[in-house]
Design a protein around this ligand. Structure first.
Ligand SMILES: NC(=O)C1=CN([C@@H]2O[C@H](COP(=O)(O)OP(=O)(O)OC[C@H]3O[C@@H](n4cnc5c(N)ncnc54)[C@H](OP(=O)(O)O)[C@@H]3O)[C@@H](O)[C@H]2O)[C@@H](O)CC1
Ligand SMILES: Nc1ncnc2c1ncn2[C@@H]1O[C@H](COP(=O)(O)OP(=O)(O)O)[C@@H](O)[C@H]1O
Length: 530
C-alpha cells in the first residue's frame, strides 16, 4: 500500500508537471481524495500523505464513522494534521480542487456503485473555483486508483448501478441513457504490478494508464516468459502484453515454448503447411498468408491453387511451393502425407471453393486455421461448420465475420464484454476463436482465454489495412506447422502470432501494407533472438 500510494502520487506529478512549480507558491495545488472503506481507500490516504508532504492542500473525504483494519488503518493514522478530513456530506463544501482522486473502490468492488457515491464526484467538481487561480486550474483532473470505482476489472465493464428509487419512468429513461450518471469519467488510471483484463478490454481501453511496480515478483506484463509459463487452466485469463524488461531472453523462451523446434530438424520436420488459394486473380491474400507462414518458421509452405490460377501463382512465388488442387477429393488424398501439419483456409478462397474445401480439410484433423471466406461462407447455417470442427482448429473472425457466425452474441458486443462473448463463441464452436481488432481476444472452448491489446504505447492503427488479417492467419498457420502434432498448443500459437503481428507493424510504422508484414518478421526475430 505504501508503494502503491507513493506510485499514484508520482504518476500525478508525472502526468501534470505544471503543478510542480505551484508547490511552493501562494496558491499551491489542491487535491480532494475520496477514500472508500477498503484498501483502495488506504492507497488514497498514502497519496494524500505524499502530496501533502510536497506542500499540496489535501482534503480527504471519507466515512468518518467507519473504522479501517490493517494497512489502511495504519495509512489513515499516518495522515499528517495538515490534511483536512471530512465526511462525504461535505462533498459540496469548499473550493474546487485541481485533482480529484477516486480511491473509493478498486478491485474489491463487488456490486454496482450506489448513486450516492457517483454524486460525490459531481458535488466536488461543481464547487466554486478557488478565487485568484488561473482558469486552466478550474477543470479538475480525475485520477482513479487501480480503476474507476464501480468498474469490473475482470470483465472490463462498469457494474450497472441501481437507479435511484425516486425516479419516474421518464426520468429513469433519461438516467439510464446518460453514461455520465452511471460511472465516473477519469483522466488517468494508475494500477499496480500488472494491467488487469478490464484495463484493456473495453471501456478504459483508450484511457491513460500507468502501472506502478509494487515489488511483487514476475508477471506477464514484465516478461513474456511468465506468460508462457502460466498454466492454461480453464477460466484462467492471460494477458498477452508487452514483453518488457529483459526482452530478448523472455521472447526466446516464449517463442521456444510455442514452436518446439528441433535444431537438427530437416524442412519437413520443421513443419509443412498448406494454404489454399482462390481462383484466377484472387490469389494475393493466400500468397501473403503463405509467405507469412514460411517467414515465421514453417519448414515448407505449399499454395494449393485451382488449375486456372496456377500460372498466375507460379509467376509470383519463389520459396513457396505450388500444387494444383482441383477438388476436395484431392485434398482428402493429401491427408495421407503425415508431413502435412497445418492448413490455412479462407484468405481469398471464395465462398464456393471454401464450402467445398473446409469439410475436407477438417476431415484431415490437422491444425487448421479458418479465416475470412472459410467463415463467412457458413453464414446461412453456422452449425454446419461447427459440426465439422475439431479441437485443433482456430477461427479468426473480425467483428463482421463474428457477426455472421454468432449473430446473437454479436448483438451484445456493444453492451457485454468481448471476453465473455468470445468465450461463449469458442464453447459453441468447439474450437479456439480469435476475435480480431485493436483489442484481440482469444478463447478456448474450455474457457481459457487471452487478451491482447494494441493500445496506448503499443498502438498500431496502421495495422487496420486490407490483408493484415490474412497475414495473421498465415503466421498462426506457420507456428502451428512447427508444433509436434501430438502436443499442439493452438492458443499459444495464436497469442504469439498476434503479439508478433503487432510488433512487426510497429517496427514498420505508418505506411504499412499487409504485404510488408511477413518481411518485417526476420528483423523482428533477429532483434528478439539477439
Ligand atoms: N495485491 C493487492 O491486492 C494490492 C491492492 N491494493 C489496493 O487495494 C485495493 C483492493 O482493496 P480491497 O480488497 O480492500 O477492496 P476495495 O476496492 O477497497 O473495496 C472493498 C470494500 O468495498 C466494499 N464494497 C465493494 N463494493 C461496494 C459497493 N458497490 N458499494 C459499497 N461498498 C462496496 C466492500 O464491502 P463488502 O463487499 O465486503 O461488503 C469492502 O468494504 C486495490 O484496488 C488497490 O487499490 C494496492 O494497495 C496494491 C496491492
Ligand atoms: N486499430 C487497430 N490497431 C491494431 N490492430 C488492428 C486495428 N484494427 C485492426 N487491427 C488488426 O488488423 C487485422 C485486420 O484483419 P482483417 O479485418 O481480417 O483484415 P483483412 O480481412 O483485410 O485481412 C487484424 O489482425 C486486427 O486485429
Amino acid at each position: 500500500m505504501a508503494r502503491a500510494g507513493a506510485g499514484v502520487a508520482a504518476a500525478i506529478l508525472r502526468n501534470w508537471p505544471q503543478f510542480l512549480e505551484l508547490e511552493s507558491s501562494a496558491e499551491p495545488p489542491c487535491a480532494v481524495i475520496l477514500c472508500g472503506p477498503g484498501n483502495n481507500g488506504g492507497d488514497g490516504y498514502v497519496v494524500g500523505q505524499h502530496l501533502s508532504a510536497r506542500g499540496w492542500r489535501v482534503e480527504v473525504l471519507r466515512e468518518l464513522n467507519h473504522s479501517h483494519e490493517g494497512a489502511a488503518a495504519h495509512a489513515l493514522a499516518n495522515l499528517p494534521a495538515a490534511v483536512e478530513q471530512h465526511g462525504f456530506a461535505m462533498a459540496a463544501t469548499g473550493h474546487r480542487p485541481d485533482i480529484i482522486v477516486d480511491a473509493l473502490f478498486g478491485i474489491g468492488c463487488t456490486r454496482p456503485l450506489g448513486t450516492e457515491y457517483l454524486a460525490l464526484f459531481g458535488a466536488v467538481a461543481a464547487r466554486p473555483p478557488r478565487p485568484a487561480t488561473a482558469r486552466w486550474r478550474h477543470i479538475p483532473k480525475v485520477v482513479a486508483v487501480d480503476c474507476p470505482s464501480g468498474f469490473d476489472l475482470d470483465r472490463g465493464v462498469f457494474l450497472a448501478p441501481e437507479p435511484p428509487r425516486s425516479l419516474d419512468q421518464e426520468a429513469l429513461t433519461e438516467w439510464s441513457t446518460d453514461e455520465s450518471r452511471r460511472h465516473i469519467a477519469t483522466d488517468l488510471c494508475v494500477t499496480f504490478h500488472l494491467p488487469k483484463p478490464g484495463h484493456v478490454l473495453s471501456a478504459l481501453s483508450g484511457q491513460r494508464l500507468e502501472i506502478v511496480d509494487i515489488g511483487l515478483p514476475g508477471g506477464a506484463g514484465k516478461d513474456a516468459a511468465a506468460l508462457a509459463d502460466l498454466p492454461k487452466q480453464p477460466h484462467a485469463l492471460r494477458l498477452v502484453d508487452p514483453v518488457r524488461g529483459n526482452r530478448p531472453k523472455a521472447f526466446q523462451r516464449w517463442f521456444q515454448s510455442v514452436t518446439h523446434l528441433d535444431k537438427a530438424a530437416h524442412k519437413y520436420q520443421r513443419g509443412h503447411a498448406i494454404v489454399l488459394s482462390g481462383g484466377l486473380g484472387q490469389g494475393g491474400a493466400a500468397r501473403m498468408a503463405a509467405r507469412a507462414a514460411l517467414r515465421i518458421g514453417a519448414g515448407a509452405v505449399t499454395i494449393a491453387a485451382p488449375q486456372s490460377a496456377v500460372p498466375e501463382t507460379a509467376a509470383q512465388i519463389n520459396a513457396l511451393m505450388l500444387r494444383p488442387l482441383p477438388d476436395s477429393y484431392t485434398l482428402r488424398g493429401w491427408m495421407e502425407d503425415d508431413r502435412l501439419r497445418a492448413l490455412c483456409l479462407g484468405p481469398g478462397l471464395g465462398h464456393k471453393r471454401a464450402q467445398e474445401m473446409v469439410p475436407a480439410a477438417l476431415w484431415g484433423k490437422r491444425a487448421t486455421v479458418l479465416d475470412a471466406d472459410a467463415l463467412s461462407c457458413f453464414g446461412e447455417d453456422p452449425q454446419v461448420l461447427f459440426n465439422h470442427l475439431h479441437e485443433d482448429c482456430i477461427l479468426t473472425p473480425h467483428e463482421g465475420e463474428f457477426r455472421t457466425l454468432f449473430p446473437d452474441l454479436a448483438a451484445e458486443l456493444h453492451q457485454s464484454d468481448r471476453l465473455t462473448l468470445t468465450r461463449r463463441a469458442a464453447e459453441r464452436a468447439g474450437a479456439v476463436v480469435l476475435l480480431k481488432g485493436p483489442v484481440t481476444v482469444i478463447a478456448r472452448p474450455d474457457g481459457c482465454a487471452s487478451v491482447h491489446p494494441a493500445l496506448r504505447e503499443r498502438a498500431a492503427p496502421w495495422l487496420a489495412t486490407a490483408g493484415a488479417g490474412d497475414v495473421l492467419a498465415g503466421m498462426i498457420t506457420g507456428l502451428l506447422a512447427t508444433q509436434d502434432p501430438h502436443h499442439r498448443d493452438i492458443l499459444g500459437a495464436a497469442e504469439l502470432a498476434v503479439w508478433m503481428h503487432v510488433e512487426a507493424a510497429r517496427q514498420f510504422g505508418p505506411g504499412l501494407l499487409a504485404e510488408d508484414l511477413p518481411d518485417e518478421l526476420p528483423a523482428l526475430m533477429r532483434a528478439l533472438f539477439a
